[in-house]
Write a protein that binds this ligand. Structure first.
Ligand SMILES: [Fe+2]
Length: 199
């Protein structure tokens, strides 16, 4: 599946989302995302891409669209802090390499401070999809590349994320929420991906 077909599939699921349960949305996102991430042509694009830093985030579709399809590059040993996804529904898989995902559950809120407990662990790899859901046990996670090679992951957010929260550990074992904005190193990268597949 090429990037244009993936973008079209996500646009269609977005337009039908009001009629679907959360699980139906995840089921419909998972098939195209697994096909996209197991395509050797798409993997070749990620292998050939030279990220500028140890963590690079590219928006594959256009920023004015109401959803986001994001390609993230993780250097060896690089990971994210625990974060939420501003209540969007989405799905994540890997195009190259693999990353570990750990879900977290909010057990108590006290103002800016929250208590978290560790939930399930998952290995994100090509064709293996993990859901992002607004439910309390499926919204927060961290990701880390524990391998010695680069990893590239693909994140579909059915509602575009602009602001989200990171959870920073406090000395007393709780976490402090810090609102942050989602930035991209580059947008509309899917168009370049299509051109390189043709050449
Ligand atoms: Fe995430």
């Amino acid at each position: 599946m090429d990037v244009t077909t993936l973008i079209d599939a996500v646009a269609r699921i977005k337009s039908e989302a009001d009629e679907l349960t959360h699980q139906e949305i995840i089921d419909r996102l998972s098939g195209p995302l697994a096909e996209f991430t197991t395509s050797t042509e798409n993997q070749g694009f990620a292998e050939a891409y030279r990220p500028s830093g140890n963590y690079t985030r590219l928006l594959l579709n256009d920023p004015q669209e109401p959803y986001q399809i994001v390609l993230v590059f993780w250097g060896p040993g690089r990971g994210s802090p625990i974060h939420d996804h501003d209540d969007t529904i989405g799905a994540v898989s890997a195009l190259t390499g693999e990353t570990k995902e750990i879900k977290y559950i909010v057990t108590r809120c006290e103002g800016e401070h929250v208590k978290l407990t560790q939930g399930s662990e998952f290995t994100i790899a090509p064709g293996r999809v993990t859901p992002i859901l607004p439910e309390d046990d499926k919204q927060l996670h961290l990701m880390i590349n524990e391998e010695r090679r680069w990893a590239a992951t693909v994140h579909v957010y059915l509602t575009a994320i602009h602001r989200y929260r990171q959870y920073e550990p406090a000395p007393d074992g709780s976490f402090r929420t810090a609102e942050t904005s989602l930035w991209f190193d580059e947008c509309g990268v899917g168009r370049r991906m299509t051109r390189s597949a043709r050449s």
